[in-house]
Design a protein around this ligand. Structure first.
Ligand code: NDP
Length: 496
């Protein structure tokens, strides 16, 4: 067994290139079906040991893992930068935001999952009932590249805290970050391969789905989620799917326009727009549309994307995504849209911040995930129209509302898994809140109590404490007993 508990017999390899410079920053094996099965077998043995630890013992190890990440944050940020092109400062922020989850999941697992007694009804009064959430076993985690620490850890640490072992297949764009996380965890938990790494491409991800895991936690695009779900269906392997979005920012007439513009620029352009919860569409009340747009354009115009250390926005990580972004911008312009900032002139993988207006609602820039530093801005009559347009999408991940008087009310009308009010990106770092979407944005939840339960099954026990006053579950049941039951039910429920 190696220090990192990796399976290393694969022969085929792949290179990882820096999106900024194009240079090779790492070479990793493309691991096969056989290796995925071996990893899951090792994980199952490790699970037997890990799940026998107490919640407190697991929490202590997760907390130490958090400490190690904090102490080596700079090293991790450099790796994230090399593989994704993300500026160092944003890379550190991403890793820092994950820390709270490690500690929260460990600390709260017992409270959320531990055995609890359940109330019994009058007919079952002779029983004591309880429910406990038990770990599923081995969880396969398939992660994306855009937040290669925060996103997979959102599944990994909740699965671990619940008592599962994990086999992690990071994106082929960020295997170095994945390896680093697994190596660091192995330093804290050297006894068994509780967290293992599998590297490779989509075929390795599919191999993991077929390797006998008890659940797959997938984060990535909706299109890939459908493929993963089809493979999982072969073996009835359950799946939590965290997919893409087409998130909105809604700006009401009474909103703080400076704050809304600042938030819009950040949520749309940070990480070069490659955030699942990134804002892509903005709907603004007609009374403040011009004023808001001026502020947004001024801020976006000050930003610059590049590969140098001064640039606040890095390059697009995946070369093929550049074509999607270009198509969305060109199509919007061809349909009468205007670029008030940026446009379709893209240099290599560097896309400049782009603000589009007058884009028809059926254009791909409005209906499909762009995943670039672009925003479409549209004027609405009132907030009813804003809500209707916001909800007119097959996605439903998150949204942001800026309104002084009606923020909460508007938030309640949005069909998304998460909503920020008078802020953006605030919910992912609140560890007690569930994270996930509806519709094409996926199903299931990571983070919070739901995120812990996601990696468990409910185990219900009803213990008979004394013989029942009326014997119901017997063929010797009499007509008199049936009459008594009927009377009791009438008394309890029949008059409602
Ligand atoms: P992809 O769907 O391309 O890939 C996601 C993961 O799935 C990668 O590890 C990929 O491996 C793997 N994969 C690809 N094909 C298969 C297959 N057939 N079977 C199993 N696994 C497979 O997404 P991206 O990596 O491009 O990530 C961007 C997407 O992720 C965006 O849509 C974004 O919105 C979404 N996302 C959602 C989040 C959420 O929490 N809701 C958070 C972050 C991102 P490989 O890379 O090696 O091909």
């Amino acid at each position: 067994m190696t220090a990192t508990h990796e399976i290393t017999t694969a022969t085929a390899t792949f290179d990882v290139h820096s999106p900024g410079t194009g240079e090779v920053v790492g070479t990793y094996p493309i691991q096969t079906q056989e290796e995925a099965v071996a990893a899951v077998d090792h994980a199952r043995e490790a699970f037997g040991w890990w799940c026998e630890l107490t919640y407190a013992q697991r929490a202590e190890r997760l907390s130490k893992f958090a400490g190690l990440i904090v102490r080596r944050l700079e090293q991790l940020a450099a790796l994230i930068h090399d593989e994704t092109g993300k500026p160092y400062s944003d890379a550190s922020l991403e890793a820092a935001l994950a820390i709270e989850h490690l500690v929260w999941a460990g600390k709260n697992a017992r409270k959320v999952l531990g055995r609890k007694s359940s109330r019994v009804g009058l007919l079952s009064i002779n029983n004591a009932a309880s429910v406990e959430h038990k770990p599923l076993g081995v969880i396969g985690v398939i992660g994306p590249w855009n937040y290669p620490v925060f996103t997979p850890l959102g599944s990994i640490v909740y699965a671990l805290a619940a008592g599962n072992a994990v086999v992690f297949k990071p994106s082929e764009f960020t295997p170095g970050v994945g390896r680093w996380l697994v190596d660091m965890f192995a330093q804290i938990v050297p006894e068994r391969p509780v967290l293992q790494l599998l590297t490779g491409d989509g075929s390795t991800g599919a191999a993991l789905c077929r390797a006998g895991v008890d659940k797959i936690a997938f984060t990535g695009s909706t299109a890939t989620a459908k493929k993963v779900m089809a493979v999982c269906a072969e073996s009835l392997t359950p799946l939590v799917a965290e997919c893409g979005g087409k998130d909105v920012l809604i700006v009401d007439a009474d909103a703080d326009l400076d704050a809304a513009a600042e938030a819009g620029v950040w949520a749309g352009m940070a990480n070069a727009g490659q955030s699942c919860i990134g804002t892509e569409r903005v709907y603004v009340h007609e009374r403040v549309y011009d004023a808001f747009l001026d502020k947004l354009v001024a801020r976006a115009g000050e930003l610059r994307a590049g590969v140098d250390t001064e640039a606040k926005i890095g390059p697009i990580t995946m070369p093929k995504q550049v074509e999607v972004i270009r198509h969305h911008i060109e199509d919007a312009l061809a349909r009468g849209g205007r670029a008030l900032v940026g446009g379709a002139e893209i240099q290599g993988q560097v896309v400049q911040p782009t603000v589009l207006v007058d884009v028809p609602e059926d254009a791909p820039a409005i209906t499909e995930e762009t995943f670039g530093p672009t925003l479409t801005v549209a004027k609405v009559r009132d907030m009813d129209e804003a809500v209707t347009r916001a909800n007119a999408t097959r996605y439903g991940l998150s949204a942001a509302v800026f309104s002084k008087s009606r923020g909460r009310e508007l938030a309640d009308r949005l069909r998304t898994g998460m909503v920020s009010v008078n802020a953006v990106f605030n919910f992912p770092s609140i560890a007690s809140l569930p994270f996930g979407g509806v519709g094409d944005s996926g199903f299931g939840r990571i983070h919070g109590p739901d995120g812990l339960r996601e990696f468990t099954y409910a185990h219900a026990v009803a213990r008979q404490r004394f013989a029942p006053l009326m014997a119901l579950t017997t063929f010797a049941r009499t007509a008199e007993t049936d009459q008594k039951v009927a009377k009791m039910l009438t008394l309890l429920h029949g008059r409602k």
